[in-house]
Ligand binder design. Sequence first.
Ligand code: ADP
Length: 267
Amino acid sequence: REEIGKLQWLIPEIDEMLGGGVETQSITEVYGEFGSGKSQITHQLAVNVQLQAENGGLHGRCIFIDTEDTFRPERIDEMVRGLDDEVIDSELEYRDIEGSAGDDEAMEALVDDVLAKIHVAKAFNSNHQILLAEKSLEIAKEHEDDDYPVRLLCVDSLTAHFRAEYVGRGELANRQQKLNKHLHSLDRVGNLYNAAVVVTNQVQSNPDAFFGDPTKPIGGNILGHKSTFRMYLKKSKGNKRIVKLVDAPNLADGESVMRVENAGIKP
Ligand code: ADP
């Protein structure tokens, strides 16, 4: 078994809360309301995972299973340009691209190279999504001895198709069974290829909660113990977001802040 890798958000407070970053060989669930920034995080991690270790990355590529047509190459472009100049310069050098940060041609070449290392697959329904997770194993195997092995598997959104297709009480057990099977194959990619698995899950907060915590989402913990790390995102003023770590083994529950900016997610 390979040593567990830590993929940084490049937000010091959050990386510290996570004990260094998002872990490989684990499933991390990012959940929150619509617009809370779940997709922003998956896009940012798809960029960060490619960075060299000294810059917070895992020097790997990303498989991105896109279920709601939310993947935006333009957003990756903005986030690459939004990296620190020193990070950009070292990536350019490593990738044999001539020029430096801010140099138009070099930046375009860097963005293209980053995009080429994100394998986007659109899932049209839950069965297709399950199939794509199984195919991810093959992609990971193909790149196992590559300069950039698969180090991140994102599923954005994990649950949307399942929620839409399995409606009503009678379908709950069926839905759960399919979802468990899907999570199992995602987990296999993570464990066999030392990749981080990051999934998103849209939930509504519960403003009417009379007892208990009104920030505890409706629609609950359908992943159960399958996700090792659960992170709850909550909208705050403007572009500010509260990021909570919930019930992580060996880590204290914590709360941090991030901002969604044009340059990416930032402290
Ligand atoms: P979710 O996936 O949780 O539904 P998103 O990740 O799509 O939410 O986040 C949407 C938020 O990100 C919005 O507040 C939006 O203003 C912000 N956002 C999206 N793109 C940009 C951008 N290019 N520059 C700044 N903010 C952006």
